[in-house]
Design a protein. Structure first.
Length: 438
């Protein structure tokens, strides 16, 4: 906020400029200020009351002026103040007059003061103004050139990106495909051990197709007259009959004479079977059917049975001609094969196969080689155990996997119920030379 004037001299700049007619009135004929001299005779004559003419009265400087002279004095004062105001405005703001001794410096309002930087930056000559304009133009030209160069660079970069977009897109697609192929390859490598362990659907279907004509469902009754089911598979055959291995526990009631009938079934086909011999300690039994040249299953040898190997149990009961489960070999010993393949009642006597379809053992739910029952992890007699009693096999397993030279001696727990058992045993011995080989 501007400072207010404190004296009459400071307030002179507030006095408005007077019109010309007022200045002319102020410049009229000057008023005389001289005092006339009166002699002593004139004064005495005046006091005595003579008739001499009156002389002008002596006026002192403090005498009262006439109205006309007072107006002229006011006009003169205002004109003087107006002239001093014009002089102050005409003086340069950057170079104020220096007060003399005894003269008070007039205070200039802030609104009328010139900025301090004006004399330092702004030029005062035509040459300086020209140089300033030249510098401003050069700066504008340089900044415009820089902006245009940046614009041109951005534009060229955008054009290059647009021109190479298709190639970069194709490269990106190729890279993604390559990464996908590498990922699939790594996944295949990771699951290869699992694939070796877990069988696929194709493996299971192949095993069922391979065993379809050799695996049959066994149907009979137990000692209490209840239904008893299991599975039997062909181990040898000739031109008159075929031999099948099954679980002794399934046909236990048929060991008595007279015993219940035993039938082999597959779909709508049904065949009568005869219990020929058995080995209860191994849960094995041999059935004979009057069905020539039935296809048999090949046997594996001891080197085919390995710890951790996959193993498959194939049952003759199923809508597709059979059913199959899988597991792993948990242990291998001379007493049998311990495995984890699931076994239902109809899997008793089923062949335990490798992934190549070789018979490694006979499925059993009652085989207890160590005297205690098992649940979930089952014991199975090895297939070579069938050669101990129920079958006649070559002396060495390397002579041919699955080769059978004949059946074992016919057994009967009730000889009086089977008086011709000795003749039958003789016929069995003769049959040993004529049975079919694998």
């Amino acid at each position: 906020m501007a400072d207010l004037p404190s004296t009459e001299a400071d307030a002179n700049w507030l006095t408005p400029e007077e019109p010309d007619w007022l200045a002319e009135a102020a410049s009229g004929p000057p008023v005389s200020t001289e005092v006339p001299v009166v002699s002593a005779q004139d004064a005495a004559h005046d006091t005595s009351g003579g008739s001499t003419p009156a002389t002008p009265a002596v006026q002192t400087p403090a005498a009262k002026q006439t109205p006309a002279s007072g107006v002229n004095e006011k006009v003169r004062r205002k004109s003087s103040r107006a002239d001093s105001s014009k002089e102050r405005r005409a003086q340069p703001a950057s170079a104020p007059t220096q007060p003399t001794n005894g003269q008070r410096r007039e205070k200039v309002p802030r609104s009328r003061r010139a900025p301090r930087w004006r004399g330092r930056i702004l030029p005062k000559s035509i040459l300086g103004i020209s140089l300033l304009m030249l510098a401003a133009g050069a700066g504008a030209a340089i900044s415009g050139t820089a902006l245009y160069m940046n614009y041109q660079f951005r534009r060229d970069e955008s054009d290059a990106l647009v021109k190479t977009f298709n190639k970069r897109a194709e490269d990106a697609v190729s890279s993604v495909r390559a990464e996908g192929n590498n990922a699939r390859r790594r996944i295949q490598d990771e699951i290869e051990p699992i694939r070796k362990i877990a069988a696929t659907g194709d493996t299971l279907r192949d095993l069922l197709a391979k065993t379809e004509k050799s695996v049959w469902q066994v149907a009979t009754v137990d000692v209490d007259g209840a239904a008893s089911v299991g599975t039997a598979f062909v181990v040898a055959s000739d031109s008159d009959r075929s031999f099948l291995i099954t679980s002794f526990n399934t046909v236990r009631a048929a060991t008595a004479r007279p015993g219940p009938p035993i039938r082999l079934r597959k779909g709508n086909e049904s065949i009568d079977a005869e219990l020929w011999t058995w080995q209860e300690s191994r849960d094995l039994a041999l059935l004979i059917v009057k069905q020539p040249s039935m296809p048999r299953l090949d046997w594996g040898i001891s080197s085919d049975v390995r710890l951790g190997q996959q193993i498959f149990a194939v049952s003759g009961f199923g809508t597709g001609g059979g059913a199959i489960t899988q597991g792993f070999i948990a242990d291998v010993s001379s007493n049998g094969v311990q495995h984890t393949a699931a076994l239902g009642a109809h899997f008793q006597g089923a062949p335990l196969l490798s992934d190549r379809g070789l018979v490694l053992g006979v499925a059993s739910r009652n085989y207890e080689p160590y005297g205690f029952p098992s649940d979930g992890v089952w014991f199975a007699p090895p297939i070579r155990a069938a050669c101990e009693t129920v079958l006649k096999c070559p002396p060495s397993e390397t002579s041919g996997a699955g080769q059978v030279t004949g059946a074992g001696a016919q057994r009967s727990d009730t000889p009086e119920a089977n008086p011709s058992s000795a003749d039958t045993a003789g016929q069995t011995a003769n049959t040993a030379d004529t049975t079919a080989n694998g």
